[in-house]
Design a protein around this ligand. Structure first.
Ligand code: TEU
Length: 522
């Protein structure tokens, strides 16, 4: 089992050193000691490659160059050197399911070059699949009277992995970055790369035609062999709407495909009837069942799971599920969520700002938002409460500037931030929390250290114990064993316990307060 903590950086919102309102590579370099001090082993940096930024860099126009918005290749080389000094490894984000329509391959295709048209899916008719960002997934090109597939924005054209030449180009891209000293790779929506052919209309929105598709495991094995396979590289595949059977293959213990996977079912337990664009709903029973099913299955198959509550696509976890009513409750909730998640079995991923308990943004108008998905859905939704729904669910919630201190713009930039800073930055920030032993930040440091030093919590077995109101699991190896008990609700629960070695309240052996947790040594 891999004993690693990965700290995820969304560079445009992390730290700006030029005053243009957008974070940059030098800004990351400035904060390496902060990240090291937190206890991380890796930094995962979301895409900083050349891009028109329609999807904030997940629409790549040139995989081998850095967008001037974020700096230069020489800045990146310095980052590699500096990371070595701190003993941190770099994980880059490979977006290989699609390219920007500004990519030279797509431009050649549009100029009529048949070879490059085969890099994508150009076809005579469209089918009824829906784009993940709303609307039909096919865009009409008048010049050749054809449609091309885009599972995301219409400026993100899906690559044709069936074409060997595409796969060869992709291996070049991955090897280029490995040769530069990268030791980790996150693969964006990698389980969507193999589509069933020919495309046919779907009875729903098309997912079953391209999710965990027919050749996906073969493609991943080939990618592994031709790129990172023979090196010490931590790889994580982002899996959209996947299942346990496929994930056990993606992250199988023979390391033929990837080291671990991101799966998202536990972050949909507040989607009413599976619909993201709803609010005020939390299915605790479903959360418990999901943790049990996935964790126990991965443990049994000796597969590395990944542990995470947040990323750049998710609302802030501190604002999700049952709401905290007071500051004290919020603090307890932040700590409970962290302990409950990161003491499970897997590689841990912490998204910038989670470690200080950053909350959802407090925007008042749709004009405050920037994310393409949020704006598309604002236009598509008919609910009169749609601004409230967007406020709760928007990806911009996690993308507001990092809150470093209580100076202008939370210390993120001296210029105008590309996205508004959350107005709570004067109380929720690194500067305040690093000096407070009781803060969320201090707790994250303590928790990371605790997990790292305790092999039972890293690689021991996991078993869930059913309880109506609490989430309870046991971690054990040989004669060492711990029980972690978490209360996800805003009321006290009766529960008897002893031998507490960690908690977020004055443990009394009979009750767990709202948002309380205990770690018991058995
Ligand atoms: O996300 C994949 C994805 O499907 C989602 O997380 C998506 O943002 C969400 O379901 C929308 O409701 C990855 C990246 O993490 C994301 O930022 C990109 O926009 C997307 O792929 C396309 O590259």
């Amino acid at each position: 089992m891999i004993n690693n903590f990965v700290y995820q950086i969304y560079p445009r919102s992390f730290n700006d050193t030029t005053g243009n309102g957008i974070g940059d590579i030098n800004g990351i370099i400035e904060k390496l000691s902060y990240i090291k001090d937190l206890g991380a082993d890796y930094i995962w940096i979301t895409p900083f490659f050349v891009s028109p930024q329609n999807d904030n860099g997940y629409d790549i126009a040139n995989y081998l160059e850095i967008d001037p918005l974020f700096g230069t290749m020489s800045n990146f080389d310095t980052l590699v050197e500096e990371c070595k000094k701190y003993g941190l490894k770099i994980m880059l984000d490979m977006v290989l399911n699609h390219t920007s329509t500004e990519h030279e391959w797509f431009k050649k295709a549009m100029s009529g070059d048949k070879e490059y048209q085969d890099f994508y899916f150009f076809q005579d008719d469209k089918v009824n699949w829906e784009s993940k960002f709303g609307g039909n997934a096919f865009e009409y090109v008048e010049e050749f009277n054809k449609y091309y597939l885009h599972l995301f924005d219409k400026t993100q054209a899906d690559l044709n992995w069936e074409n060997e030449k595409v796969r060869a180009e992709i291996y070049n891209v991955v090897n280029f970055w490995l040769d530069k000293g990268v030791e980790g790779l996150r693969f964006d929506v990698i389980n969507l790369i193999s589509k069933k052919h020919p495309f046919v209309n779907s009875e729903s929105i098309g997912k079953e035609q391209y999710t965990d598709g027919p050749r996906v495991h073969e493609f991943l094995k080939e990618l592994n062999k031709n790129t990172f396979g023979k090196k010490e590289v931590l790889t994580v595949g982002e899996m959209s709407s996947t299942d346990i059977t496929n994930c056990k293959k993606y992250a199988n213990s023979n390391m033929e495909e990837l080291s671990t996977v991101f799966h998202f079912h536990h972050l949909k337990v507040d989607y009413k009837d599976g619909d993201k664009w709803t609010r005020d709903f939390f299915d605790f029973k479903m959360l418990k069942e999901l943790f049990k099913d996935w964790q126990e299955a991965f443990c049994e198959a000796d597969v590395n799971d990944s542990l995470f509550w947040s990323n750049h696509d998710q609302p802030r976890i501190a604002s999700r599920f049952v709401k905290a009513k007071t500051e004290a409750e919020q603090l307890r909730k932040n700590k409970m969520l962290a302990a409950s998640m990161y003491l499970m079995r897997g590689v841990s991923f912490i998204f910038q700002g989670e470690e200080i308990g950053m909350l959802n943004c407090d925007y008042t108008s749709i004009n405050d938002f920037s994310d393409v998905e949020s704006i598309n859905y604002y236009n598509l939704l008919t609910d009169p409460d749609k601004l409230e729904i967007i406020k709760e669910k928007s990806r911009d919630n996690s993308r507001t500037p990092m809150q470093w201190d209580n100076s202008l713009n939370s210390g993120f930039t001296t210029g105008k931030p590309w996205l508004k800073v959350n107005s709570n930055y004067e109380t929720i920030n690194v500067g305040v929390e690093k000096n407070d032993p009781n803060s969320t930040l201090s707790f994250y440091k303590e928790l990371i250290k605790f997990k790292k030093e305790n092999m039972t919590l890293v690689s021991g077995n996991i078993k869930f114990i059913d309880h109506e109101e609490l989430l309870i699991y046991t971690r054990s190896s040989n004669d060492d064993s711990y029980t972690v008990v978490s209360n996800y609700f805003d009321h006290e629960v009766k529960y008897e316990y002893n031998n507490v070695i960690m908690s977020n309240f004055d443990a009394n052996s009979t009750t767990i307060p709202s948002f309380g947790f205990v770690v018991i040594k058995n």
